[in-house]
Design a binder for this molecule. Structure first.
Ligand code: GDP
Ligand code: K
Ligand code: MG
Length: 294
């Protein structure tokens, strides 16, 4: 990892079955997927990380974004889109014959507001005729502000190398921002926080405030064991109580499940220390904004 000079976060948006997982599996070369059982969580979830000698790309999922049918869902989608400010590149994946329904237009109008490069991936080109692909590309350019429109086949890998090199062009050179030691610890910390966040969502159901922040404050490795300290930051004391639960049972469950998943993911045991903190104005604080914007 020491020669790595670029770092970025990518999200893939698209309706079910369009081929998102297939593309990720092709890119990552192995199945790395974190599944959140709670739909419509507005936070992003890490799906996998690709590290080469030149770059590191973190792929995150954006659950619930393709569900803008009614007013309630649209509120959720609004929230989700604003949480995308942390990503460097957005992939929107469609099939050549997909129609531009009202929810697509709605999502597109929100995405167009974001100053983040958007790539339209027209997937499954191995299964469609050329004119169908051209027609989709033409319509897409009219509907959205795409930096690139790329016909791909996630299954066969057609144009995927091209896609990756265009993606990395959008990444920032982390050398300018972090020293080497920090670069190597950032993705693991980011992942650990995501695993914990996933369980916080699972156990809190609808009571969880959207602006809950999860942060991995320290991570150390010793004798093939990981030691992590993670903070769950809420705005009010009452929310702190909810997360901890009766006799700490909720927090215990969150920690237990997160630990199991982390152990499976990293392949080593992990000692996880969870803290619940109240910071009433973290959204206004530079320190926390920079963490959220990782
Ligand atoms: P997701 O729901 O967006 O994650 O979609 P999946 O990755 O699970 O893919 C849904 C289906 O589409 C699977 O049967 C895939 O094999 C298929 N699929 C994905 N990409 C391609 C492609 O490039 N060409 C073809 N022909 N099928 C594809
Ligand atoms: K970045
Ligand atoms: Mg999938």
């Amino acid at each position: 990892m020491s020669n790595m000079n670029k770092f970025g976060v990518v999200t893939i948006i698209g309706r079910p079955n369009v081929g998102k997982s297939t593309l990720l599996n092709y890119i990552l070369g192995e199945k790395v997927t974190i599944i959140s059982s709670k739909p419509n969580t507005t936070r992003t979830v890490v799906k996998g990380i690709k590290t080469t000698k030149d770059y590191q790309a973190v792929f995150v999922d954006t659950p619930g974004i393709h569900n803008a049918r009614d007013k309630i869902n649209r509120l959720m989608v609004d929230q989700t889109v604003s949480s995308l400010s942390m990503v460097d590149v957005i992939y929107l994946m469609m099939e050549p014959d997909e129609i531009f329904a009202s929810e697509f237009n709605y999502i597109m109008s929100l995405l167009n507001e974001l100053n983040i490069p958007k790539f339209l991936l027209i997937n499954k080109i191995d299964a469609y005729k050329r004119h169908e692909i051209y027609k989709m590309a033409d319509t897409a350019f009219k509907k959205g502000k795409f930096k690139y429109v790329l016909p791909i086949s996630a299954k066969k890998g057609t144009n995927v190398e091209k896609l990756l090199s265009l993606t990395v062009e959008e990444f920032s050179s982390t050398g300018a921002f972090y020293d080497e030691e920090e670069i190597t610890s950032i993705p693991e910390k980011f992942l650990i926080a995501e695993f914990v966040r996933e369980q916080v969502f699972n156990y809190m159901k609808d009571e969880l405030p959207y602006d809950t922040l999860v942060e991995c404050e320290s991570l150390e490795e010793e004798n093939d064991k990981l030691f992590a300290s993670v903070s769950i930051i809420v705005k009010r004391d009452s929310q702190k109580g909810m997360i901890i639960g009766k006799q700490g049972q909720n927090l215990k469950n969150i920690g237990k499940r997160a630990r199991q998943n982390l152990k499976r993911f990293f392949g080593v045991p992990i000692h996880l220390e969870l803290w619940v903190k109240v910071k009433s104005n973290w959204q206004d604080s530079d320190e926390y904004l920079s963490i959220q914007g990782l």
